[in-house]
Ligand binder design. Structure first.
Ligand SMILES: *[C@@H]1O[C@H](CO)[C@@H](O)[C@H](O)[C@H]1NC(C)=O
Ligand SMILES: *[C@@H]1O[C@H](CO)[C@@H](O)[C@H](O)[C@H]1NC(C)=O
Ligand SMILES: *[C@@H]1O[C@H](CO)[C@@H](O)[C@H](O)[C@H]1NC(C)=O
Ligand SMILES: *[C@@H]1O[C@H](CO)[C@@H](O)[C@H](O)[C@H]1NC(C)=O
Length: 851
């Protein structure tokens, strides 16, 4: 198995050298939702290679454009230790060697992300990456993430890059193709603007910082550092556009600038010797009620205001900005944000002297639309008409990225809060003033998946996802025609089906302060819904379970504790369960529900009205999921922070699956053999390896089913469900890369252990930690309350050492298992620096002993 050369993040605990875990090759693909499903803060075309373009997402990595308008994801290898790689705050594609692409990654600058940021470096257009660790954080999902690009490559000497940091860390420079970085001490402003200084979480109170870096390619000559560089800074009311004339040694504020608002984009039109700048009175992406557009004539050092609209027509800021390199003087700029009646884009063919809009009022309520609309690649986008009373947005919102193809004047793309739109007949704007606007985000799957369930009959999958509700998935390869609707909440957070009547489903929402109840039920697998008026307003979030015959909803809300409602009567408190309990319904017996909180396991036999503790789950403090056998009442699995527990007697006693340290998500799927016990799937730490696993014998033998190219990001937030009809097929929801499904691609390795599960009865007070087996290639004997585990790791056939970031173990690995000095073999079987006392020196990039 090819091992990507990647540094792991240094802040996570040092992992012990783990024994090898059996693995089975799986084929992974996205369950197609299509059209993206989230915010696209950046789209960047390479100016030198026709057709080469990239898009970046705020929580879902980066993508490369293909010639057929589809996109290829580039950061799917990011696993739990590298989850913050999916927050991409800036992107640069090399105009000299077009194979090079760089990403500035990191999710949050506040405590939500403990990791520093990094620059990811690719020499092959994003197929493989190396990593340069930074000494500060990057905020790919922070306010101002649509400004940019903050990362830029010198077009005359491509070993030089500049990066504009957040949080007051200023401007940084690399002279060795991003391997090492030093701060540009002479740069005069680290930024002052913060969206909300009173935000105690640190999310809105952090300095936005440097917002873009733009080289004046015309000012230098090939092979020498470009002398003139413009830099925009998120300042409002003080100097915010700076220039260097000596390749970044000294800087001055560009004279005559209007710094009333924050500069979001600085785009050079080389043929015009002009810098175009869009401004908004907020950092974006949600805000913006005023803004301007300016151009700066470099030769004459004069600014001209070219704001497309004024007066009462100006009620938004400006974001996405682009020039047509084939047609000097053609400029486009997007409104940030025109929330009503729709988003807006302006185009000029005379360098901003005059503009035409994408739509305009004829007279209320009639709009003249200068586009036709197609969402055929993502029909659920579905805003096929702009309903002025509902304020439907068809063109979009959060339009911070807009790019005209530098080789094709008919092709442009722009990102919205939900997709990428664009056109292939853009010049018709100038001839007929009519373009074809279409969703061009095929291959981008960037939803934040809240939960997924695979019912035993009916649709293959049901999902609830952030921002766009969720879907009934009748196909894995064609996008759904509609999202869940009526009601629509901003985010649907959980979903369940009734075991005996699986077309009956319930979902709950997470909209605080909504005027809609946050519970809805469907009798047709989610095609249509009814609000459950038994729910009180302002009760939101949490987990939901539907009784087996669909007459009772149990709701562990995030605001009002655990509630129950039968026959859509008003929800009442379930006083016998602690707030925050995890819950599940029996899939056969309508009267039976299960719950867990702390180490306590609870059962109700009166349709969720009262619960009693039946057992304890060892020393668990955080139960994650209760999964019930779809066919057998009382056959229950519980995953917790202390492992995996199984009961076959209604939760009276549990056995512990040995070797499973912690389980986040868990699912049961179709059995390997007809009539056999269901296969089990776990997002877990098994034998020291954090990953995704399957067992066909209730935990005796596990195989790891994810691989080096499928990491699925942060494991703690990823739901799993398994197909009850097709053996081996499993679904993994991610936070930012949509839903994946995997099917076995290779044969399962032969079982290496055949120990029977030994179950012992135990009382509530002293549940026995009965061992079923260890997990991996080991041969284990298990006996009552004792584990005798002999874990044999694969013996290396080589005694040499592995180099920096080289492989040092893993399934089937026969190479060195020892790392060169300064490096330690850690998680993913890689030689990493940063294991105390060694640290990666931030200036030299070397792995040195700091004592
Ligand atoms: C800068 O722009 C603002 C907003 O349009 C305007 O009110 C102000 O007069 C401008 N300042 C100058 C010096 O042009
Ligand atoms: C729900 O919350 C909103 C906003 O806080 C409040 O105005 C409203 O009165 C609340 N409704 C109920 C029924 O509590
Ligand atoms: C589990 O509970 C159900 C319903 O109360 C009952 O029918 C069943 O016999 C119980 N099973 C076991 C093994 O105790
Ligand atoms: C449940 O029972 C049905 C009918 O016997 C069977 O086809 C199916 O495989 C069972 N499901 C599981 C997950 O064992």
């Amino acid at each position: 198995m090819h091992r990507l050369r990647l540094l792991a993040l240094s802040v996570l605990a040092a992992y012990p050298l783990v024994s090898a875990v059996s693995s089975q090759s799986y084929t992974w693909d996205n369950v197609k939702i299509g059209g993206g499903g989230g915010f696209i803060p950046g789209i960047v075309f390479n100016p030198s290679e026709k057709g080469l373009a990239y898009a970046r997402a705020d929580i879902g990595g980066a993508y490369r454009l293909n010639s057929d308008d589809t996109w290829t994801p580039l950061l799917d290898f990011a696993d739990n230790s590298r989850w913050n790689y999916w927050g991409v705050d800036a992107l640069a594609t090399d105009p000299v060697d077009t194979s090079n692409v760089y990403l500035a990654t990191g999710m949050y600058t506040n405590s939500w992300d403990p990791n520093n940021g990094q620059i990811l470096i690719s020499k092959d257009k994003g197929d493989t990456w190396t990593v340069s660790e930074l000494s500060f954080k990057i905020g790919g999902n922070m306010p101002g993430r649509g400004m940019g690009e903050r990362l830029a490559i010198d077009p005359n000497d491509n070993s030089i890059l500049f990066f504009g940091a957040r949080s007051g860390h200023g401007l940084w420079k690399s002279t060795n193709s991003a391997v090492t970085w030093t701060q540009v001490a002479s740069f005069p402003s680290v930024g002052t603007y913060v969206p909300d200084p009173t935000d105690t979480t640190g999310y809105n109170s952090d300095i936005i910082g440097i917002s873009w870096v733009t080289f004046d390619s015309t000012s230098g000559s090939t092979g020498k550092a470009t002398p003139r560089i413009f830099v925009g800074v998120a300042n409002m009311g003080s100097n915010n556009v700076f220039v260097s004339e000596d390749a970044g040694s000294t800087w001055t504020a560009v004279p005559g600038q209007n710094n009333t608002y924050i500069p979001h984009k600085g785009v050079l039109s080389p043929a015009e010797n002009t810098l175009y700048v869009s401004y908004s009175n907020g950092a974006g992406p949600y805000d913006g009620t005023l803004g301007i557009v300016q151009k700066y004539d470099i030769a004459t050092s004069t600014w001209t205001d070219i704001t497309p609209v004024s007066g009462s027509d100006l009620y938004f800021g400006f974001g996405g900005l682009s020039v047509d390199l084939q047609k000097p003087g053609t400029v486009m700029v997007a409104a940030l944000n025109s929330w009503w009646p729709d988003g807006q884009i302006f185009r000029s063919t005379d360098s901003g002297a005059t503009w035409s809009p994408l739509w305009e009022w004829i007279s209320y309520p009639t709009l003249a639309k200068y586009y036709t609309y197609s969402d055929s690649l993502a029909p659920w986008l579905g805003t096929d008409s702009v309903d002025l009373t509902l304020g439907d947005l068809q063109i979009g919102w959060m339009m911070e990225s807009l790019s005209i193809d530098p080789f094709d004047s008919d092709h442009f793309l722009y990102g919205t809060g939900a997709t990428i739109y664009g056109s292939h007949d853009l010049t018709q704007w100038d001839s007929e003033h009519l373009i074809t606007l279409e969703s061009l985000a095929d291959g981008i799957e960037e939803t934040s998946v809240q939960n997924i369930v695979a019912p035993p009959t009916g649709p293959l999958l049901l999902s609830v996802v952030g921002d766009i509700e969720g879907f009934e998935h009748t196909s894995l390869t064609t996008p759904p025609t509609q999202e869940f609707q009526n009601p629509e909440w901003a985010t649907a957070i959980d979903i369940d089906y009734a075991g005996n009547t699986p077309t009956d489903i319930v979902r709950i929402g997470n909209n605080a302060g909504s005027t809609l109840q946050q519970v809805a039920v469907s009798t047709d697998s989610g095609n249509s819904w009814n609000i459950d008026y038994g729910a009180a307003l302002n009760v939101t979030g949490g987990k939901v379970a539907y009784s087996a015959s669909a007459d009772t909803v149990l709701w562990s809300s995030s605001t009002n504790g655990v509630l129950v409602s039968q026959y859509t009567n008003a929800f009442t408190a379930v006083s016998s369960l602690p707030s925050g309990s995890i819950i599940a319904s029996d899939k056969r017996n309508n009267a039976v529900f299960y719950a867990a909180s702390g180490a306590n396991f609870y059962v109700s036999t009166d349709t969720g009205h009262t619960f009693a503790v039946t057992s304890t789950l060892s020393s668990s403090t955080a139960p994650a999921k209760i999964v019930v056998h779809p066919n057998v009442t009382g056959d229950v699995w519980v995953s917790t922070d202390k492992g995996l527990f199984h009961s076959t007697n209604n939760g009276t006693t549990f056995t512990t699956v040995s070797g499973v340290t912690e389980v986040w998500a868990f699912a049961l799927g179709a059995p390997a053999t007809s009539g056999g016990y269901p296969s089990l799937y776990a997002a877990a730490n098994i034998g020291g390896t954090i990953g995704y696993f399957r067992t066909d014998d209730q935990g005796t033998n596990w195989v790891q089913i994810n691989d080096a190219t499928h990491g699925f990001g942060s494991i703690t937030s990823n739901p799993i469900t398994a197909d009850l009809r097709v053996y081996g097929r499993v679904f993994i929801g991610t936070n930012g890369r949509g839903i994946f499904y995997g099917v076995p691609a290779g044969a399962a390795p032969p079982p290496t252990s055949t120990v029977a599960s030994t179950s012992t009865t135990s009382s509530v007070s002293s549940i026995s930690k009965t061992t079923t087996t260890t997990t991996t290639i080991s041969s284990t004997t298990s006996s009552h309350s004792t584990t005798t585990s002999t874990t044999s790791s694969s013996s290396p056939t080589s005694t040499s050492t592995s180099g920096a970031y080289g492989q040092c173990g893993g399934s089937g690995w026969t190479g060195p298992t020892v790392c060169v000095a300064g490096y330690t073999c850690v998680e993913q079987n890689t030689c990493e620096c940063n294991i105390s006392p060694f640290h990666r020196d931030k200036d030299s990039g070397a792995c040195i002993n700091k004592g």
